[in-house]
Structure formats: structure tokens, C-alpha cells
Ligand binder design. Structure first.
Ligand code: FES
Ligand code: FES
Length: 136
């Protein structure tokens, strides 16, 4: 299957590959897997005192579309508030990357990772709960 130019660009020059300290209270980590293919994506955000995502990193063990989706997601999340970042849906990722139907689940993985990272960050802010969602 032919990948779009944007997928190839993100695949060959992935943005924001890396890892943050999972124990940092300012860091939210989302770790998700795709049941369809077994690919795994880790997406992390660092949130400042104003609730703005000042940095985002990812590591994806998966196909080109999954790598491109997560690379794009980290680019889009930077500088956004948590609420704004939560609006990044798989459909707009898939549209931006021109993903074919069989690769839509790769962008769903990115949306799931975004949600999981935000949720993890939020759960760290409430001392009541020590729930983590890094068990995927
Ligand atoms: Fe996941 Fe493509 S099936 S690598
Ligand atoms: Fe499964 Fe891309 S994440 S084929």
C-alpha cells in the first residue's frame, strides 16, 4: 500500500521522539495498544502551571501510519491547553495524513494515547486518587 507524502515525511523525520520521567507530577503518560495489530504507542505530555502543554514526546512500536499519527499528535498538542488537546480526534489526524481505511485504527491509537496521557496527568493532580492508566 502506498503511504501519503505526509506519512512518509513524519515516518522519516518523526517529531518529538523521546521519553519523559514518568514519575514527574507535571508529566502525563499514555500507553495504548492496538488490538487489531498489536502495535504499541507511548505518548507523554509536560504541562505547565497554566495548564498548557509545553512539551510532548512519543515512542511508537508500530507501522508507518502509527508513527506518523503520533508524531503529528505531539506537534499539534504543544502549546495547547489540555481541553484543546482533547479535541484532537482521530478523524482529523487521518484526514491530515490521508490515511486509507485500513489505517484508520493507527490514528485511533493516537487519539487513545492523547486521551490516556491527559487522563494520567489529571489523575496525578488530585491527591485523592493514585489511579494510573498505564496498564494498557
Ligand atoms: Fe501494525 Fe502495521 S500492523 S505495524
Ligand atoms: Fe496497526 Fe498501524 S497501528 S497498522
Amino acid at each position: 500500500m502506498a503511504y501519503s507524502d505526509k506519512v512518509i515525511d513524519h515516518y522519516e523525520n518523526p517529531r518529538n521522539v523521546g521519553k519523559m520521567d514518568i514519575a514527574d507530577p507535571a508529566v502525563g503518560t499514555g500507553m495504548v495498544g492496538a488490538p487489531a495489530c498489536g502495535d504499541v504507542m507511548r505518548l507523554q505530555i509536560k504541562v505547565n502551571g497554566q495548564g498548557v502543554i509545553e512539551d510532548a514526546k512519543f515512542k511508537t512500536y508500530g507501522c508507518g501510519s502509527a508513527i506518523a499519527s503520533s508524531s503529528l499528535a505531539t506537534e499539534w498538542m504543544k502549546g495547547k491547553t489540555l481541553d484543546e488537546a482533547a479535541q484532537i480526534k482521530n478523524a482529523i489526524i487521518a484526514e491530515e495524513l490521508a490515511l486509507p481505511p485500513v489505517k484508520i485504527h493507527c490514528s485511533v491509537l493516537a487519539e487513545d494515547a492523547i486521551k490516556a496521557a491527559i487522563q494520567d496527568y489529571k489523575s496525578k493532580q488530585s491527591p485523592e486518587s493514585d489511579i494510573t492508566n498505564n496498564t494498557a
